[in-house]
Design a protein around this ligand. Structure first.
Ligand SMILES: C[S@@+](CC[C@H](N)C(=O)[O-])C[C@H]1O[C@@H](n2cnc3c(N)ncnc32)[C@H](O)[C@@H]1O
Length: 236
């Protein structure tokens, strides 16, 4: 993707997600995504001095949880929407091992080989050019560092497909295998994907912009979120 095209696509994302931030949706998503994020966190082990990057951090709630797990380490939350970042900075101003930066996944303003872990919740399908973002994430990870992408919009979960027309920005619809292939092409190894089920009960009579009936929501949650994993190879 040409630099100018990437800038234009990121500007469109910034505009849309700044609107979400102003409407308080960053904080609402904390509640919506906490169940699946807990499933991802349960699979991770942390050293107290680990350095972690959260790409598309939104209101920063996951960064707050991660910062508690690495008291001598550092957590960096990054988001293309500066209004999300402004709110996250305000909310977590007292945390010494947590900072937020405004940037797009295609050009991460950070040193090579820095982070032990990179995570991203419900963001990767918005990235204008995922191959470029994955190469950037690989660059900022230490050898042996891990990447986890957690997404609800993916090919195998047909109940999420109608979102694509309702969202105000373009999205990518890929399968677990296709995401793994992209990670491999970017240079990750030991890639795999799995489902993280969302077992919360569905309120009777549920109706929303995203799911017309409680049954649709229940079907969607039964499929679970897609967790895509890869590691940065270590030199021999
Ligand atoms: C659905 S929200 C999820 C936010 C947060 N991870 C959560 O779970 O609450 C998607 C977030 O990804 C961010 N985002 C989208 N495209 C991005 C990109 N190319 N680079 C960085 N952030 C991006 C958006 O600004 C938005 O805050």
């Amino acid at each position: 993707m040409k630099e100018q095209e990437l800038e234009q696509a990121e500007a469109r994302l910034r505009e849309e997600f700044n609107r979400w931030a102003q409407a308080g949706r960053g904080e609402e998503m904390a509640e919506e995504h906490a169940a699946i994020a807990a499933g991802m966190l349960a699979q991770m082990t942390f050293a107290p001095n680990d350095k972690i990057l959260d790409i598309g951090c939104g209101a920063g709630w996951l960064c707050g949880i991660l910062a508690d797990k690495v008291p001598q380490g550092q957590v960096v939350g990054m988001d293309v929407a500066d209004e999300m970042v402004r709110r996250a900075r305000h909310r977590y101003a007292d945390r010494v091992n947590l900072m937020f930066i405004s940037a797009g996944a295609g050009d991460i303003p950070w040193d090579d080989n820095f982070f032990n872990h990179a995570v991203s919740v419900e963001s990767a399908y918005y990235w204008p050019h995922p191959p470029q973002a994955l190469v950037e994430i690989l660059r900022v990870l230490q050898p042996g560092g891990t990447l986890r992408l957690l997404i609800n919009l993916y090919k195998e979960n047909v109940y999420s497909h109608p979102w694509r027309e309702k969202l105000g920005v373009p999205t990518h619809l890929l399968s677990g295998d296709e995401w793994c292939e992209l990670l491999e092409q970017a240079g990750f190894h030991h890639t795999r994907h799995a489902r993280v089920p969302d077992l919360r009960p569905v309120p009777a009579g549920h109706q929303s912009k995203w799911f017309r009936t409680a049954e649709e929501l229940a079907n969607f949650r039964r499929q679970g979120a897609l967790l895509v994993y890869g590691e940065k190879p270590s030199p021999l």
